[in-house]
Write a protein that binds this ligand. Structure first.
Ligand code: GLU
Length: 504
């Protein structure tokens, strides 16, 4: 096979994008970009019953946020358009009919009621090589009956699974994988409404769109034999896309696949971005809205099932493209650890410059109704507090007092060690600061210490009350940095306010 690398992410627009889905996108993307190939997004929306309004837009917004832009998609266009399977409906029937003609598939006329009855009668009923002989299909009915039914009754086309054969293929991650066809049911290929099922559509479109490699979640592994056989039956030779079935992302305790419910239960996001279910109006929080940076999100996803062979953990997207290797993708599932996910975000907040953080931080302040009017102060504040922030909302907790007086002052934390001498000191400090001609961090610190010495007080005992006066509690960056940034008037006002509270 010497064709151009073309990979595809093929989501069904059924709801929010699970982090496992974004990791699938990422691995597709990394592989394609490393090989100078194309990354295609194809929307698999043939199951109209599962279609959810807004889900496609959400998928593209997520990809945009992550910086994983497709080369071809319904939005980006491309030489193999349309990229929405519902718009390709007319393509599929011919292949299903060809399979029937060649004896690899058959018409099935069983009504939904008949199938329902069967399911009730037989536990775990499967339409397969063992049961198809007792059903209503073109294998059991006479040629005339079939002819008549094709015009009078709704019907589906099902694959005729081989009896007891072994299908083998080489997965890029798992190596050789084999299936016995007796385990696989006769999947529907074309539905009564003329829409293909996933199985037919995925094979036909991978072929027509010249897909060379396909990364998808491990949950699709049981479908692989159906796809391999369809490819073979359609006579498309050996150029089947090479499959890579990615290991699952597991619950934190390693017991099974991480689900949205685990996130709700354990209090962390599982979707990439906020998703509001249009039917229930219920919103599920995403990593983005929780305050994750796209750089961190992409980085942490890459590390769920891959490493570069060293203990390095922080990579930009460009570095991931350069370093990615299939050999280093793990076969086993990767446990999701939310604390570790936050660690990545913290590292990325430290790593990025103020300019790259500004937009996200500003929106967090806006959400809390804090208006930033002084951009240069804003930039300084980001620089000052960023090393203390793990998620973007932390910037508000760590920095709101730069823009507004603290809503509450923890006077109870000052009171136990408060006395007249300290009261005197701060009263004098107000006067000294009011007289300061320069308002600069080092001068403020020097004046503070000189005044402490003159009052025979240790600066150490005064710093905590001073901090609480300025920020409201026992946190924040250097206290003289804070005073310098909030300015003379505000510093004096906050000391005065607290002195009053202490007297009350
Ligand atoms: N439409 C499938 C999904 O929703 C895609 C599976 C595949 O990539 O083959 O996940």
């Amino acid at each position: 096979m010497n064709q151009k690398v073309r990979v595809r992410f093929a989501p069904s627009p059924t709801g929010g994008l699970h982090l496992g889905g974004v990791r699938t996108v990422l691995f597709n993307y990394l592989f394609a970009k490393q090989q100078g190939g194309d990354f295609i997004v194809r929307i698999e929306d043939t199951d109209q019953g599962r279609f959810v309004a807004g889900a496609e837009e959400y998928i593209f917004n997520t990809l945009k946020w992550c910086g994983l832009e497709p080369d071809e998609s319904p939005l980006h266009g491309g030489p193999y358009a349309p990229y929405r399977q519902s718009e390709r409906k007319a393509n599929y029937r011919q292949y299903a009919e060809q399979l029937v003609k060649d004896g690899f598939a058959y018409y099935a006329f069983d009504t939904p009621e008949e199938l329902e009855t069967k399911r009730k009668e037989v536990a775990n009923f499967q339409y397969n090589q063992f049961t198809r002989g007792n059903m209503n299909n073109s294998l059991t009915l006479s040629a005339d009956e079939v002819k008549e039914k094709l015009v009078s009754t709704p019907y589906v086309i099902r694959i005729k699974m081989l009896e007891d054969e072994t299908v083998v293929f080489t997965d890029m991650i798992r190596g050789e994988v084999s299936f016995n066809t007796s385990q696989v049911d006769d999947k529907v290929l074309l539905k009564a409404d003329g829409m293909p099922t996933y199985h037919l559509a995925v094979v036909v479109d991978d072929y027509l769109m010249k897909i060379s490699h396909a990364f998808r979640g491990e949950e699709w592994l049981p479908s692989a034999p159906v796809h391999i056989l369809l490819w073979k039956y359609l006579g498309w030779g050996n150029d089947m896309p090479q499959w890579a079935h990615l290991p699952l992302i597991l619950k934190p305790d390693g017991n099974g696949k991480l689900s949205k419910r685990d996130g709700d239960r354990l209090g962390f996001p599982v979707f990439a971005m906020d998703w509001t279910d249009p039917k229930t109006n219920e919103t599920t929080t995403g990593f983005k809205e929780r305050g994750f940076l796209p750089e961190a999100f992409v980085n942490l996803l890459a590390m769920l099932g891959w490493n570069d062979g060293t203990d390095r953990e922080i990579f930009t997207l460009a570095e991931l493209v350069e370093k990615f290797s299939m050999e280093r993708v793990h076969k086993g599932g990767a446990k999701f650890d939310y604390e570790k996910a936050k660690w990545y975000n913290h590292e990325w907040i430290k790593e990025l410059g103020v300019g790259s953080l500004e937009l996200g931080v500003r929106s967090e302040f806006e959400k809390k109704g804090i208006v930033i009017s002084d951009d240069s102060l804003f930039e300084k504040v980001i620089g000052l507090v960023k090393d203390r922030c793990t998620l973007l909302p932390d910037f508000v907790a760590q920095g709101s007092f730069f823009f507004q007086s603290p809503a509450t002052i923890e006077v109870d934390a000052i009171k136990p060690k408060w006395d007249d001498k300290k009261n005197m000191f701060f009263t004098e400090l107000i006067r000294a600061y009011e007289l300061s001609s320069v308002w600069e961090m080092h001068d403020l610190e020097r004046e503070f210490k000189e005044l402490a010495a003159a009052n025979q007080l240790k600066p150490g005992e005064l710093m905590l009350p001073f901090r609480i006066m300025l920020v409201g509690g026992k946190f924040g960056p250097g206290v003289f940095d804070i005073a310098a940034l909030i300015g003379k008037e505000e510093t004096v006002k906050r000391i005065q306010n607290t002195l009053q509270l202490l007297q009350a």
